[in-house]
Write a protein that binds this ligand. Structure first.
Ligand SMILES: [Zn+2]
Length: 140
């Protein structure tokens, strides 16, 4: 089972379980996914990138769209916060996240990048990631 954070065109967010990653696309095409708040069928997976993981739940903040807009103004600030408090592991993120998840003694805060495939694998293992909007100076 995979849990996705979904968002409708009215910016409602809710979580939903799917038996496999393809099921979301399938159900969406058949218009079988609707917002639990407004019944809109214009529902998508929340786009997230990159990801952070740590054991303390309160550090993981799920961002809804309103927060996102607010956060956009503070992206640089937030980036600094993450860079200061989280260890950058780059594309070693899936590996490091597993170490933290399976080793109870570890309580590191890390951030890095995952491909959508790696993300799905981690989610299937029950490792919850939190993704953040990011400012990349190299792009844009
Ligand atoms: Zn809605």
């Amino acid at each position: 089972m995979i849990k996705y954070l979904l968002k409708c065109n009215n910016k409602h967010e809710f979580e939903s379980w799917f038996s496999e990653s393809k099921e979301f696309e399938k159900l969406k095409k058949q218009k079988l996914i609707e917002c639990i708040f407004c019944q809109s069928i214009d529902v998508d997976k929340s786009i997230m990138s990159p990801s952070i993981v740590c054991k303390k739940k309160n550090v993981e903040k799920k961002l809804n769209n309103k927060d996102f807009i607010k956060m956009k103004k503070n992206l640089t600030k937030m980036k600094k916060f993450v860079e200061k408090n989280f260890k950058f592991v780059g594309d070693k993120f899936p590996q490091e996240a597993r170490e933290i998840y399976y080793d109870n003694k570890k309580n590191k805060k890390i951030y890095g990048t995952v491909t959508s495939e790696e993300r799905l694998e981690l989610e299937e293992e029950g490792i919850e990631l939190t993704s953040l909007p990011w400012v990349d100076n190299k792009k844009n």
